[in-house]
Design a binder for this molecule. Structure first.
Ligand code: SF4
Length: 937
């Protein structure tokens, strides 16, 4: 008899569940602890995001937790700003000082506080804190990340990619991927791509660089950067030309049939025709009568010209759309020239999309009821799906490009249907969500909350945050004529604008986890200059006080006056909330928590707890009780359980109610966190089968979404092919209405606020001189790292600790370059020295590199001569923060003119081989930063 051998003995460890934070996917993890030390991290097999999968980053979280770069106590600057000279102070001193600085601002003019955060996953709290403080100057990192994607989606169909929705991975038959970096949507997309591969689903990737996900695509289109929009426009052209569209879907779920007033020069030109009650009008397809498009009875005509009761002419928006994309501008031959993708390929891809959508349609035997009450026996879907990210959105034409992708999806009828793209609850929201930005002129007052959210969705000029002269009311100029639909703010402009007092100076700049002194800023030397600029007369810093919270000794720490050290993600409570950006799946709503799996062993505090403490010390409404005592004395865990944003609605949706049996809405449950922990730190509420598709028009879904507080009413979400708010801005620029742009903005608004998306050359950077700078330059982040956090991780650094400039062999041959040769890369903004690596799988007119590998010497606890600072380089030094002055001398930010999204990928460069003498020269060279913890006095 064989002896029994235990092949997988349970480890003698204590194992605690929590949620990973090594990237933004938020996988469930199990952390092994022995003798109080973390020994191992593995994936949680029951977790809906990763189903047990752990990636290299996630497993390396242990080294993030043990990082030599961790800050250890609050720091007060004692030397010049930027010198990195600090003394350690106690938390009592630090919080007293912060309270004094912030209190002085709130008592006088709250907008003199600029509060900006990075990819922190607690924006439901930070935004509320800003609102209660009373400053409109709040945003998270979206303005310099992917606001174009979010804004385009939310204005078009009340959703977007990633946290807002995803392909129907189990049913889709054709998948297109646009501009997706490898560190984003990491484990979930890898698991999903594996499923597609196993089923033999065709994957088409559109990306100038063929790495990561693009490398496993069946077809890779190495597009010229910034031309995705015209490529998609050509696909739309082909679908229209060949009449391959889901006309039924367009009539039922979109505004394709809504009538658009045609009265050139008049104040209503281009607006949607409405009845006296405000309902949009359409023309009945059979009778031609003009009727309420939302009656549920009309079958709208999509083409033709109609006369309204008052004699005005109007046409269905689809007629305008067809006219736009059937034009020669979007014909494949023309587009091939602009994008570098052959006309035959464009025609073939369009035909493949149409074939899959219409010849391979999927029908599920699942009855459902639409919003009108009509019962349907089945659910039929167009099994084409798409996913896009920062590569398409981080251009100055990104908003319209992202809208074009959605128009393509909608024409195919592939939003929230079997096999198509699917919303994740709490999406869809009305398009756009009914939240307007607060902080209008005259509404920001001392000791007064803001009266609403600092971030929202303007519907027209009357929602802008400007004064009577058109002057911006936010320091980053969000929601002004510079960037009217800046739904995520413009964090990348806050430092420049504050230092130059344009539109006004601030007293306190308060930042969390955003490395604005290095890899989160364009034109880093200019930003450092602004952080250290002094008033010539007084010698005081132009930004008088900077408070910064970070867990690590990043480059930005040296530029702060007061440093509030954060914990690592394994030492604190966190809430991944449905009020923010949750972890839902298309089949259900899900949220999650992090619990502290170990206690901090140094003088650090979780930032969220510090924010609650500061809120209480400042006496902010909602942060103190009637007696002025802290409302959440138990810290963030106390807030997560007991805070209610509206009656019965709090940060966590699961296990609500006194008995813990309610979802979404319900009384506070003191045992809520215990229930989450017992369930692996997440909660998933599955939708009934009949509510899983067509959520935008599905009665069962919409009524449930109202019941749990996701939306205000069970009205259908009508997809906005034609985006009327854009036309309202354009009419203002044409001289209509009481809120009009100052003269210098008029042409820009007229041009870019087109209600139908269009492609224009991403020339906005003004750096574009094709002769002097003939190459495109882009970055990607490596799959094994995320932002700059990964670059300091002892395990992940062993994979990549210096980056290369990837160059196509054809381009290399022109410059006589080989692997590891050194080159100068120059733009209109500056030049950097970098080392070359030849690569076949890339657009030959483009160079690219890994982002966030290059670090400043001395930062992140790395040795001053670490490869990251000696051989690594940062492309940001070449990217303009401001465009060249226009004819009137005004300098816009280097951003999308609609949303203010940072136009990182508009960069144009030239390459020159370094001479032998130049090779040792690090350029640009910045002084080595001292370790802020070692110089403490
Ligand atoms: S994909 Fe992201 S969240 Fe998931 S394990 Fe990897 S690093 Fe963690």
């Amino acid at each position: 008899m064989q002896p029994f051998v235990q092949t997988s003995p349970p480890p003698p460890d204590e194992i605690k569940a929590t949620t990973c934070y090594m990237c933004a996917c938020r996988c469930g993890i199990h952390v092994h602890i022995r003798d109080g030390e973390i020994t191992y991290i593995e994936g949680n097999r029951a977790h809906p995001v990763n189903r047990g999968v752990i990636c290299g980053k996630g497993a390396s979280g242990i080294m993030q937790h043990l990082s030599p770069a961790r800050l250890t106590s609050p720091l007060l600057r004692v030397g010049e700003r930027g010198a990195g000279e600090f003394k350690a102070i106690s938390w009592d001193e630090a919080l007293a000082l912060a309270t004094q600085w912030l209190g002085d601002v709130r008592r006088t003019d709250p907008k003199k506080l600029a509060f900006f955060t990075g990819r922190d996953q607690s924006q439901a709290l930070t935004g509320w804190w800003a609102s209660q403080f009373g400053t409109p100057n709040f945003a998270a990192h979206g303005g310099f990340c992917s606001v174009n994607m979010a804004a385009a989606g939310l204005y078009t169909f009340g959703g977007s990619f990633w946290e807002f929705g995803e392909p129907d991975w189990d049913r889709t038959k054709y998948f297109m991927l646009f501009g997706v970096a490898e560190d984003h949507a990491s484990n979930p997309i890898k698991i999903a791509l594996g499923k597609l591969k196993a089923r033999g689903v065709k994957i088409v990737s559109v990306n100038p660089v063929r790495t990561g996900y693009n490398a496993i695509a069946d077809e890779w289109l190495g597009i010229r950067p910034g031309t995705d929009g015209i490529f998609v426009g050509a696909l739309i052209h082909e679908l229209l030309r060949t009449r391959k569209m889901d006309l039924d879907y367009l009539g039922r779920y979109t505004n394709a049939g809504w009538l658009v007033i045609q009265s050139p020069g008049a104040a209503d030109d281009g607006l949607i025709a409405r009845d006296a009650a405000g309902h949009p009008l359409c023309a009945d397809r059979m009778s031609g009568a003009v009727v309420n498009a939302m009656s549920g009875a009309a079958e709208s005509a999509l083409t033709g010209s109609f006369t309204l009761a008052d004699g005005r002419k109007a046409v269905p928006s689809f007629t305008l759309l067809a006219g736009r994309y059937l034009s020669a501008d979007y014909a494949p031959e023309h587009v091939a020239e602009a994008s570098g993708i052959p006309a035959d390929t464009i025609r073939r891809i369009a035909a493949e999309l149409a074939h899959t959508a219409f010849q391979e349609a999927i029908t599920l035997d699942q009855p459902w009821t639409d919003w009108t009450g009509k019962r349907h026996a089945t659910m039929t879907g167009r099994p084409v799906s798409m996913h896009a990210m920062r590569g398409v959105s981080a251009h100055s034409n990104g908003f319209h490009t992202c809208r074009l992708i959605h128009i393509l999806q909608i024409l195919l009828g592939s939003i929230d249907c079997p096999g198509g793209f699917r919303y994740k609850p709490p999406y869809p929201k009305p398009a756009p969500p009914p939240i307007r930005p607060a902080g209008k002129a005259g509404k920001v007052a001392a000791n007064t909350p803001l009266g609403g959210s600092p971030l929202g969705f303007p519907m027209g000029p009357e929602d802008l945050l400007i004064d009577a002269t058109g002057k911006p009311q936010r320091v980053d100029k969000a929601y002004s004529w510079d960037a009217p639909m800046a739904n995520h703010g413009l964090m990348h402009m806050a430092i420049n604008n504050a230092a130059t007092a344009d539109p006004y100076p601030v007293d306190v700049l308060f930042m969390y986890m955003a490395n604005m002194a290095w890899n989160s800023s364009m034109n880093v030397p200019a930003v450092l200059g602004n952080l250290t600029a002094k008033d010539e007369a007084t010698g005081d810093y132009k930004i008088p006080k900077i408070i910064y919270s970070d867990a690590f000794a990043s480059e930005t720490v040296a530029y702060a006056d007061l440093v509030l050290p954060d914990t690592t993600y394994l030492e604190r409570w966190d809430c991944i909330s449905l009020l923010d950006r949750p972890i839902s799946e298309p089949d259900g709503a899900a949220d999650a928590i992090r619990q502290p799996v170990v206690k901090p062993n140094r003088g650090v505090r979780p930032f969220q707890e510090v924010l609650l403490d500061l809120g209480a010390r400042l006496g902010l409404p909602g942060f103190v009780d009637a007696g002025g005592r802290p409302k959440y004395p138990g810290g963030y865990a106390d807030y997560i359980v007991n805070h209610e944003r509206a009656p019965g609605i709090g940060p966590l949706a699961g296990w609500r109610g006194a008995d813990g049996k309610s979802f979404g809405r319900g009384a506070v449950n003191p045992d809520q966190l215990r229930s989450y922990i017992a369930n692996g730190c997440f909660h998933m509420h599955h939708l009934p089968e009949e509510a899983r598709y067509f959520k935008h028009a599905n009665k069962a879904y919409l009524e449930w979404a109202v019941s749990v507080g996701f939306i205000g009413s069970a009205e259908p979400v009508i997809m906005q092919l034609y985006c009327e708010p854009l036309q309202r801005f354009r009419l203002a620029a044409q001289g209509h209405g009481s809120v009009q742009p100052p003269e210098r903005h008029r042409e820009r608004i007229k041009t870019y606020f087109d209600p139908l998306p269009f492609w224009y050359r991403a020339a906005g950077s003004g750096q574009r001189d094709d002769q002097a700078f003939p190459l495109y330059a882009v970055t990607q982040r490596p799959m094994h790292m995320y932002h700059s956090w990964g670059g300091q991780n002892a395990w992940l650094r062993q994979i990549t600790n210096e980056n290369r400039l990837f160059v196509h062999p054809d381009l290399a041959a022109k410059h006589a370059l080989g692997d590891d040769d050194w080159v100068w890369l120059a733009s209109a903004t500056g030049k950097i020295r970098c080392q070359v690596k030849l690569m076949e799988g890339m657009n030959a007119e483009t160079v690219w590199t890994w982002n966030a590998i290059g670090k400043r010497s001395g930062a992140w606890g790395l040795s001053p001569d670490a490869p990251e600072s000696q051989r690594g380089f940062l492309l940001n030094h070449l990217i303009a923060d401001l465009l060249p002055a226009d004819a009137g001398g005004y300098r816009y930010s280097n951003s999308d003119p609609v949303t203010g999204q940072a136009a990182w990928y508009d960069l144009r460069v030239r390459i020159e081989k370094c001479s032998a003498a130049e090779v040792p020269e690090i350029s640009p060279k910045f002084a080595t930063l001292p370790d802020p913890r070692k110089v403490s006095l």
